[in-house]
Structures are given as structure tokens and as C-alpha cells.
Design a protein around this ligand. Structure first.
Ligand SMILES: Nc1ncnc2c1ncn2[C@@H]1O[C@H](COP(=O)(O)OP(=O)(O)OP(=O)(O)O)[C@@H](O)[C@H]1O
Ligand SMILES: [Mg+2]
Length: 243
């Protein structure tokens, strides 16, 4: 298929994941290419977040494999997966409310191998991406608005210099102005060569930001297409998402 990425960065190969006895993922397969923005759509409860958690090693699949650049990472602990270059911004953002913006960012830098000079370079780069965070570097994370906290969570993921960031509903609950800022950040990350697996309820934003889109239903991927195809033919979107 011509829309298959030439160089898979992330491969999810037929994963089955359970919560207790509930069979949540029922053979999910997908790929994200190097530097590619890929959308993952689906109604509530179909398993989008569980797919991201499985890639991150936060949930163990009972069957199937996850690979990074062709190497299996299925059994690796989450911190090792993060260090290999997979950033993750969960639905609930998990910023430290009592730590300052800078302290939050430094928690993303907690690597012995990084020199102080390099840490400063990374902080400066993230502040250039997010001038708002630079202005508020000494403010407690909990005093930021929802949109600002989302940016802080993305910025913190960037501190590990990831090859890909898994974004779980980054625009949920945000005001339109903040939604368009998140949209611009996705573009900026893309220009910087970072791949993104974007889980969203915002269909227009996902079709606009992504190159390819997977649509999930009941724990499996049911449809896969170029975003450009879905932009001109919304029957599939209507069928699976009812919008
Ligand atoms: N920790 C858990 N224990 C048991 N069941 C869970 C757990 N987390 C999620 N589930 C169930 O697994 C299914 C898939 O959940 P998941 O969060 O992956 O869906 P989602 O597609 O991200 O949905 P949403 O759009 O609501 O975020 C849902 O039926 C949910 O109720
Ligand atoms: Mg979810």
C-alpha cells in the first residue's frame, strides 16, 4: 500500500490486552513512521488510551508485540521505553502541581548521562517552543490554566528528546484559542522531526494535523486511511464516529 510509511518507527503487532477478565484490546495493529503524525480515532471506551498505555509498557499485552525501530520493546519497563525515545502525555497530564514550571521540566531531564550544559540547552529549546512557559518558569504548575498545563506536559515529554510522542486527547476541555495553540505545537514538533501518535475526539483537528489515521472500534483497528482521503470522504468518519 502506497501510504505505508517507508521506515516504521513504532509497530504495534496484533496486541491483545486485558484488564482483569475484560478483553479490552482485541488484536490492535498499527504503525507510525519516522517523523510521521498519525491520528488514532474512535468512540469513547474503544481502547485508544489502552493502546497508548500498552506501547508505553504501563499495561502488559497478553499477546502480540510492540516494536521500536524493529526491536521488540513489549516486555520493557515503562521508564526504559521512555528513555529509548517514546514520550507520553496521558489524558490526565500528571504535572506536579506544587512544583514550579522549571522543576516540572527538570523532572523530565532526570537522566544521569545528561550534562548540566546539555540540560540548559534542552530547557532553552523548550522555552523557545513555549514562550508562555518561559514567562512562568517560577510559577507553580497548579496555578496554570488547563491549556497551559497541557503545554507543560508536552514540554516535559520533549525534555527526553523523544523520537515520538504519544498524545492522549491533548485538546480535551480546552478553549478554542488553546486548541489552536496545541495544533501549532503538533506542527512545530513535526517540523522538528518528532513523530506523533495523536489520540483525539476532535476529528477535524486530527484530519488536519495527521498524515494517516486509524479508526478503532471495540478494541481493534477497523479502518486505516490517509487523512487526505478522509477529509474529502466523510462517510467512514460518520460510520465509525457518528459525527
Ligand atoms: N484500569 C481499568 N480497569 C478496568 N477497565 C478499564 C480500565 N481502564 C479502562 N478500562 C475499560 O477499558 C475500555 C477501554 O478504555 P480506554 O480508556 O482504553 O478507552 P478510550 O478509547 O481511551 O476511551 P475514551 O475516549 O473514553 O478516553 C473501556 O471499556 C474502559 O471502561
Ligand atoms: Mg482515552
Amino acid at each position: 500500500m502506497s501510504d505505508t510509511p517507508p521506515q516504521p518507527l513504532i509497530t504495534v503487532d496484533d496486541i491483545h490486552t486485558y484488564y482483569g477478565k475484560s478483553h479490552i484490546l482485541n488484536g490492535v495493529s498499527l504503525e507510525v513512521g519516522t517523523g510521521e503524525v498519525v491520528g488514532l480515532l474512535g468512540r469513547n471506551g474503544v481502547g485508544k488510551s489502552t493502546t497508548l498505555k500498552t506501547i508505553m509498557g504501563l499495561v502488559r499485552p497478553s499477546r502480540g508485540r510492540t516494536l521500536l525501530e524493529g526491536c521488540a520493546i513489549t516486555d520493557f519497563p515503562a521508564h526504559r521505553i521512555a528513555r529509548l525515545g517514546i514520550g507520553y502525555v496521558p489524558e490526565d497530564r500528571r504535572i506536579f502541581r506544587l512544583l514550579t514550571v522549571m522543576e516540572n521540566l527538570r523532572t523530565g531531564l532526570d537522566r544521569r548521562a545528561v550534562t548540566e550544559a546539555r540540560k540548559k540547552e534542552l530547557l532553552d529549546k523548550v522555552y523557545a517552543f513555549f514562550p508562555m512557559l518561559a514567562e512562568r518558569r517560577n510559577q507553580a504548575g497548579g496555578t496554570l490554566s488547563g491549556g497551559e498545563q497541557q503545554m507543560l506536559a508536552i514540554a516535559r515529554a520533549m525534555m527526553l528528546e523523544p523520537k515520538i510522542i504519544l498524545l492522549d486527547e491533548p485538546t480535551e476541555g480546552l478553549m478554542p484559542r488553546m486548541v489552536s495553540q496545541i495544533r501549532q505545537i503538533i506542527d512545530a514538533l513535526h517540523r522538528d522531526g518528532v513523530a506523533i501518535l495523536l489520540v483525539e475526539q476532535n476529528v477535524p483537528l486530527t484530519l488536519d494535523a495527521s498524515r494517516r489515521v486509524y479508526i478503532m472500534e471495540k478494541g481493534a483497528v477497523r479502518h486505516h486511511a490517509l487523512a487526505s482521503q478522509l477529509r474529502v470522504n466523510d462517510a467512514v468518519i460518520h460510520q465509525y464516529l457518528g459525527v
